[in-house]
Design a protein around this ligand. Sequence first.
Ligand SMILES: *[C@@H]1O[C@H](CO)[C@@H](O)[C@H](O)[C@H]1NC(C)=O
Ligand SMILES: *[C@@H]1O[C@H](CO)[C@@H](O)[C@H](O)[C@H]1NC(C)=O
Ligand SMILES: *[C@@H]1O[C@H](CO)[C@@H](O)[C@H](O)[C@H]1NC(C)=O
Ligand SMILES: *[C@@H]1O[C@H](CO)[C@@H](O)[C@H](O)[C@H]1NC(C)=O
Ligand SMILES: [Zn+2]
Length: 437
Amino acid sequence: MKCLGKRRGRAAAFLPLCWLFLKVLQPGHSHLYNNCYAGDKVIRFIPKTEEEVYALKKISHQLKVDLWQPSSISYVSEGTVTDVHIPQNGSRALLAFLQEANIHYKILIEDLQKTLEKGSNLQTQRNRRSLSGYNYEVYHSLEEIQNWMHHLNKTHSGLIHMFSIGRSYEGRSLFILKLGRRSRLKRAVWIDCGIHAREWIGPAFCQWFVKEALLTHKSDPAMRKMLNHLYFYIMPVFNVDGYHFSWTNDRFWRKTRSRNSRFRCRGVDANRNWKVKWCDEGASMHPCDDTYCGPFPESEPEVKAVANFLRKHRKHIRAYLSFHAYAQMLLYPYSYKYATIPNFSCVESAAFKAVNALQSVYGVRYRYGPASTTLYVSSGSSMDWAYKNGIPYAFAFELRDTGHFGFLLPEMLIKPTCTETMLAVKNITMHLLKKCP
Ligand SMILES: *[C@@H]1O[C@H](CO)[C@@H](O)[C@H](O)[C@H]1NC(C)=O
Ligand SMILES: *[C@@H]1O[C@H](CO)[C@@H](O)[C@H](O)[C@H]1NC(C)=O
Ligand SMILES: *[C@@H]1O[C@H](CO)[C@@H](O)[C@H](O)[C@H]1NC(C)=O
Ligand SMILES: *[C@@H]1O[C@H](CO)[C@@H](O)[C@H](O)[C@H]1NC(C)=O
Ligand SMILES: [Zn+2]
């Protein structure tokens, strides 16, 4: 067996414990993920007619491709930009099919394994601990991120308090950093990263945000104001089990890791599991799908823990910000329907200013708007849930890029991506502090 049979539910139990050591010791790290993506490709096509859509859905199903964009084949219709990761043994068949059907396609990634190895920079020192010495320009494993949190909790106790809001399906702690100058009765902003495991730039941004806050709050009046007037609840890795799995077994894992009683496929889409139009349009009832909504709302312990926390603190929490990748978009409610939210203009102008602030750094353009019309309709999302539960500013960021590297955004691009995103987040936060309803 070449690869893990990963998203098809076969247990990947053969993975040796020495895996992580192997990864570090191999200088060329050709054993990264057991060389399991060798020859895999990522291609992009845009079906033009209904017939093409139908044919594509059929063959995608047969070949069991891994959709990168959009997140489910059910979203593909005429004109949809579609990025798919095709396994090495299926690529001949699919490419032949596309040529025969005269569907134009573009190869985004020729050999996924090679791109994966180029993009990762395991030589760098990941574990240096001091704040200024810590390397924020590499992706960090879950363990490293949790060690970093513990470290900040010890060394920055005046501004940071770390606590757990529960445990994941596999028993890992769900840690939050509460950031801000101590004071009673402050309003708050919630930030989560890594709801979807493979979107590694998310957790990297959460870490970056905390670093920037700690480094600049003395010199930057805007940051000082933010930390004086608000608490930030930051959850660097929401889907801890999935994130861990994406480091050890399947780089392109998206969901949680919960088991299903009737199917061998594991995991639920933690961004379809919320009690807001749960499992309606844009979510799947099939446990093997990447957009599986779960057996019932809040079935995932990670979702339930965060929902409980937000319910408990909703009076104080003014904004909910969730970080995803990739698409370069800033989205606000609704996801589940085509309708504008009440008091739309305040949220809209916050988004408009934020994407302009972002663009001012390197010229990178973000689209913005209601998620339903800007990305696609999806029910049961955290953003809609937060909004419906009384958090007036709810946003989801889809960070870089637009498909050139997709989920394999190279570590070299962590810094520019986070630098520009930081400006957008600060801009939204400053907007909150003004009197917009
Ligand atoms: C590709 O390989 C996988 C397992 O390695 C197998 O399950 C699948 O049927 C193969 N697909 C094709 C089209 O041969
Ligand atoms: C963070 O530090 C405080 C003491 O400063 C401690 O009480 C708390 O348990 C720490 N949090 C975690 C998760 O270890
Ligand atoms: C927010 O961004 C806009 C540009 O889009 C800028 O004019 C404004 O000054 C920024 N506000 C803050 C507080 O950074
Ligand atoms: C809209 O704004 C008004 C005035 O500030 C406020 O009273 C109302 O609660 C807001 N509605 C929603 C749905 O946020
Ligand atoms: Zn996502």
